[in-house]
Design a protein around this ligand. Structure first.
Ligand SMILES: C[S@@+](CC[C@H](N)C(=O)[O-])C[C@H]1O[C@@H](n2cnc3c(N)ncnc32)[C@H](O)[C@@H]1O
Length: 219
C-alpha cells in the first residue's frame, strides 16, 4: 500500500498542525525544547521531522549535532533549505523507521513526536534504541484516543484525511511492553493537552541497565 506521507504536501501538513483548533505543532516544539532542557544533550535527533518543527528550539541551546530524519525526502529538502545555513551540525537522513535502518552515529537525545502511530511499533522502537547513545534518552509523544476526537482533526486541509487510513493509536501498555522488549525503560511520563483539546502521552526512556533485558531480540 502506498504511504500517504510520501504524497502529503508539507504546506498542508504544517498549516493544519499549527492552526489554533489543532495546536499540535506548538505543543511538539515546546516538548522538544523541554526535553533538551531536562536532559542537556549535545546531539539530538528529530525523528519524523516533517518540515523541522521544533528545530527552532535548538537555536538558543548548545546543540552541536542535529539529525533530522524522515521518510519523505522532499520534507528533508525543505528542512535543509530552512536550517542548513544557521545550523552547521545539521544532518538530514531519509529513512523508513518501520524497517531495519542503516546504522547512524548515536545521539544523546532522540525525540519521536507523533510518528509511532504510523510505523510497526517494535521495529521502530528497536531502531530508536539503536539511534540513542548507551547513556542517552529517547522521548516519544503519542496521541491518546479521546471521546469526541477524530484520529485526524477536521480542518480545511482535506489532504490530511488520507492519514486516517494508516494511523493507529499506540496504547500505553503496548508502548511500555514493546519498549521493554527492545531494552528501553521509562524514566519520565507526562500527559499534555494541545490547544485543539486532544491529549498526548509523553514518555522518556533510557537504555535498560540489564545488558540482556528479557525478550530483547534483534530483528
Ligand atoms: C505526524 S508527523 C510528525 C510530527 C512532527 N514531529 C511535527 O512536529 O510536526 C509524522 C512524520 O513522520 C514521517 N513518517 C511517517 N512514516 C515514517 C516512516 N516510516 N519513517 C520515517 N518517517 C516517517 C512523516 O513523513 C511525517 O513527517
Amino acid at each position: 500500500m502506498d504511504n500517504p506521507w510520501l504524497e502529503l504536501p508539507l504546506q498542508d501538513y504544517e498549516s493544519h498542525m499549527s492552526q489554533p483548533a489543532v495546536g499540535q505543532a506548538q505543543l511538539l516544539s515546546s516538548l522538544f525544547g523541554q526535553s533538551i532542557d531536562r536532559f542537556q544533550p549535545r546531539s539530538v535527533a528529530l525523528v519524523g521531522c516533517a518540515g523541522g518543527n521544533g528545530i527552532e528550539q535548538t537555536a538558543s541551546r548548545p546543540i552541536e549535532r542535529l539529525v533530522a530524519l524522515d521518510i519523505n525526502a522532499a520534507y528533508l529538502a525543505v528542512v535543509s533549505d530552512r536550517w542548513k545555513a544557521a545550523l552547521g551540525g545539521l544532518e538530514t537522513v531519509c529513512a523508513d523507521l518501520g524497517t531495519k535502518m542503516p546504522a547512524l552515529k548515536p545521539v544523546d537525545l532522540a525525540f519521536a513526536g507523533l510518528i509511532l502511530e504510523y510505523v510497526p511499533l517494535e521495529r521502530a522502537l528497536a531502531n530508536l534504541a539503536d539511534l540513542v547513545h548507551p547513556s542517552g534518552v529517547l522521548v516519544t509523544v503519542v496521541q491518546l484516543p479521546g471521546a469526541g476526537h477524530q484520529k485526524v482533526s477536521p480542518s480545511p486541509y482535506t489532504s490530511l484525511q488520507s492519514l486516517a487510513t494508516v494511523m493507529n493509536f499506540v496504547e500505553r501498555s503496548a508502548l511500555l511492553d514493546t519498549a521493554a522488549r527492545v531494552g528501553l525503560e521509562p524514566i519520565h511520563e507526562a500527559c499534555h493537552v494541545a490547544s485543539g483539546g486532544k491529549e498526548f502521552l509523553e514518555f522518556s526512556f533510557q537504555k535498560a541497565t540489564s545488558p540482556n533485558p528479557p525478550g530483547h531480540h534483534a530483528c
